[in-house]
Design a protein around this ligand. Structure first.
Ligand SMILES: Nc1nc2c(ncn2[C@@H]2O[C@H](COP(=O)(O)OP(=O)(O)OP(=O)(O)O)[C@@H](O)[C@H]2O)c(=O)[nH]1
Ligand SMILES: [Mg+2]
Length: 306
């Protein structure tokens, strides 16, 4: 393992992360269904909240959202209780706030920027998981998504981008609602892995490892058999979301899981990744997942600057 790598803390007695996930806008409210962490449904549409089974629900007007988006971070920091009242989400005691949204509509785009700034102003690590619109959607939606991608990247500790276009290769013959459900499930993967591999002590280390490389993309591999180490790395690195040159990667979050995780296998995976990615800043961890049987899983978030 390379000298600069850091490992998620896994000491007995370390407290688990205190986390929440906000589903923002119509797509976001779909994305938090069956969430592994306490969800908050946050939208400007009552209909989105009505169909959500989240315990915490926040209805916010588009005007208020836009107003909050224009509020300077220093003001947010100076008036935490006023802003908390306006945003309506409680972040008290949290280590990490996840936000899930589809970009291209107003609420998901603006809301993600607002919730993130608010979380960060309160010292909470903020990680956005966003789905970009299909290429076939209107130009207006794609332009809004591009503008807000830039904006959100200045407001988060990390933004993991998923493009809906990958659905056509991942689930080619499914109706859209089924395809969305599959994609929304995959979007939970980094949340599950981060929370299972680390503890609340890792917020600072994670922030330091990612640094300015806030633009993340997910790669996933699952493999079994003799060559499973090589296969799992190959599959994860062939992610449809790695549509940039891998040499642009500055930081990587690596989580290995198996029914019975094996240090030597994990070490080989990390070595292979360094061989393919070069001297990136890496944080890695592992955990046991009994559902994997004889398979191993590698979840990889590659991060680069905006
Ligand atoms: N992955 C995924 N994407 C979705 C889903 N539903 C919608 N989308 C995408 O999300 C983008 C944003 O759409 P919405 O979430 O409806 O927009 P909104 O944030 O509610 O914004 P407004 O209604 O305009 O305030 C769309 O362009 C779609 O590409 C979903 O369930 N999963
Ligand atoms: Mg909507």
């Amino acid at each position: 393992m390379a000298g600069r790598d850091v490992t998620f803390s896994q000491f007995r007695g370390d407290e688990p992360w205190r986390a929440k996930v906000a589903g923002i806008g119509s797509a976001g409210c779909n994305m938090i269904e069956r969430s592994p962490v306490p969800p908050v449904a946050f939208s400007s549409s009552q209909a989105d909240l009505d169909r959500s089974d989240a315990d915490e629900k926040v209805l916010i007007s588009p005007q208020k959202l836009v107003g909050l988006a224009q509020t300077d971070v220093s003001v947010i920091k100076q008036m935490p209780s006023v802003i908390a009242e306006e945003v309506g989400i409680s972040v008290k005691g949290l280590d990490i706030m996840f936000m899930m949204a589809g970009l291209g509509g107003l609420t998901g785009s603006v809301g993600t920027a607002v919730v993130s700034s608010f979380a960060r102003a309160n010292g909470v690590l903020s990680v956005a998981l966003t789905a970009g619109p299909f290429s076939a959607e209107s130009e207006r939606r794609r332009t809004l998504a591009d503008i807000y991608t830039e904006r959100i990247m200045t407001d988060v500790d990390m933004m993991i981008e998923f493009s809906n276009d990958a659905l056509s290769s991942m689930a080619p013959n499914l109706p859209l609602s089924r395809a969305f459900a599959i994609m929304n499930g995959i979007m939970h993967r980094p949340i599950i892995d981060l929370l299972a591999a680390g503890t609340r002590k890792d917020a600072k280390v994670l922030r330091g490892t990612v640094g300015g490389a806030v633009r993340g993309r997910l790669g996933l591999g699952i493999a079994r058999g003799d060559e499973r180490v090589v296969k799992v790395v190959d599959e994860a690195l062939s992610s449809p979301w790695f549509d940039f040159g891998l040499e642009q990667t500055e930081a990587a979050i690596v989580v290995y899981s198996a029914a019975d995780p094996w240090d030597r296998e994990f070490g080989e995976i990390v070595e292979l990744l360094h061989a393919r990615l070069g001297e990136v800043r890496m944080i890695h961890g592992s955990y046991s997942d009994g559902t994997l049987g004889d398979k191993i899983r590698l979840s990889l978030v590659l991060c680069r600057p905006p």
